[in-house]
Ligand binder design. Structure first.
Ligand code: SF4
Ligand code: SF4
Length: 393
């Protein structure tokens, strides 16, 4: 284990060399690129495919690409995908079953795709999300083997946030905008009078070793200070914040809140929020047979707690109303997740706000629940006070 990690500066050529070294080592490099009017995550052949000169404008239920004059590559917010699309794919075959010539049944585990991934441009909130999925899918008694194997070989290059979006609230969830753990390399992009460059910190032996193969110069104190300042400035420009209360207790005390009816009247139960969320992990399985009956397959695919079938027991779904399904999602995410996995299930990435077709905002809902609970407690105190006065002689 290295005592001292490398800090360095790369220019655009150095960034491309980084991609080429990773590819030469047989890695599939996944990073942000512009496609179909959005910044999406895709296989990159070269760093030139990064979204240089593109930023994003986001709001509740709204996402737009906007050109940037400074040519920055990492000045966009999180897009509709997260890294779970690669580590925990949306659909994956589990096994094949075939009837053999002698009429017996042969069942074979399906081969799992195990690319050697390098993720370029992982936001600090998404680093936290990967750590949460590690705990859920590879940290307990029941592990997802495909996830564990893909994750074990993955090389993570973080991109610290210097341009938070209007739906971001990582500061109030303690997950950004700076990267402090869980990466092999962390980049901070700087575009100023000194030029366009990337301050790089190694976070692992693998990061140190890779950086040694890439043309770079040592990080001078001015660049180190500029990188710190850019991240500190981003901290002050968060678009949103969770209410500064114990969310775990708040949700636990709000199970009968009237606010659930309000949000249920707006929620389409489409499940978009669970699909874009980088920590949502639920899956279901389905079996498919061919028409001859000689071949069957089992597939695992993402599921959503907004789907009626998700809680279907004999006779019908346990959570039949939109109220109960939204409440389940929010209560799990912000409260009961602690009991299961020891942390919040939300990292403040803002995706569920941006990609909700009706603009439902998790921070606004938490604030409304807090206000309702506070009003209920005030009423309760007042009634107690009145009762005491009436009983006074
Ligand atoms: S909160 Fe929004 S994204 Fe989530 S299920 Fe409801 S309408 Fe769809
Ligand atoms: S709940 Fe929303 S803000 Fe929180 S991690 Fe999921 S998508 Fe991001």
């Amino acid at each position: 284990m290295s005592e001292r990690r490398t800090t360095a500066v790369l220019d655009r050529t150095g960034l491309d060399a980084l991609v080429q070294v990773l590819r030469a080592r047989g890695r599939t490099v996944i990073g942000p690129t512009v496609r179909d009017g959005a910044v999406v995550l895709a296989d990159l052949a070269t760093a030139e495919e990064l979204p240089f000169g593109w930023g994003t404008e986001v709001e509740a239920g709204r996402y737009r690409l906007v050109p940037r004059a400074d040519g920055a590559a990492f000045a966009h917010t999180t897009g509709p995908q997260s890294w779970k699309a690669f580590l925990h794919p949306e659909r994956e075959k589990v096994w094949d079953a075939d009837r053999t010539a002698d009429g017996r049944l042969s069942v074979a585990e399906a081969p799992r795709a195990r690319p050697s991934y390098a993720f370029l441009g992982v936001r600090p909130c998404d680093l936290r999300a990967v750590a949460i999925q590690d705990r859920v899918l590879a940290g307990g008694r029941y592990q997802d083997r495909g996830y564990r194997e893909r994750r074990a070989g993955a090389f993570l290059i973080a991109a610290e946030c210097t341009e938070p979006g209007a739906t971001c609230f990582c500061v109030s969830m303690g997950s950004g905008p700076g990267a402090d753990a869980g990466f092999d390399l962390a980049l901070t992009e700087l575009v100023d009078e000194t030029g366009h460059r990337f301050h790089v910190r190694a976070g692992s032996d693998a990061g140190d070793e890779l950086l040694a193969e890439v043309p770079h110069r040592p990080a001078e104190p001015e660049t180190q200070a500029a990188a710190r300042d850019a991240v500190d400035a981003a901290r002050e420009r968060m678009g949103r914040a969770m209410p500064p209360v114990d969310l775990r207790t708040l949700l636990g005390d709000s199970l009968e809140a009237d606010r659930w009816d309000d949000v249920a009247a707006r929620c389409l139960t489409c499940g978009n929020c669970t699909m874009v969320c980088p920590t949502c992990f639920c899956t279901t399985t389905e079996e498919i047979t061919d028409l001859t009956g000689d071949h069957a397959e089992r597939w695992q695919r993402w599921d959503s707690c907004f789907d009626l079938d998700f809680s279907y027991l004999h006779g019908g779904p346990v959570r039949a109303s939109a109220r109960s399904r939204y409440r389940q999602w929010l209560t799990h995410k912000l409260s009961t997740w602690y009991e299961q996995f020891g942390s919040s299930g939300c990292v403040g990435c803002g995706r569920c706000i941006t990609w909700c077709p009706v603009g439902i905002d998790i921070t606004e809902e938490a604030s409304a629940l807090h206000d309702e609970l506070a009003a209920r407690l005030r009423r309760h105190d007042q009634e107690g006070e009145n009762g005491r006065k009436e009983s006074e002689p």
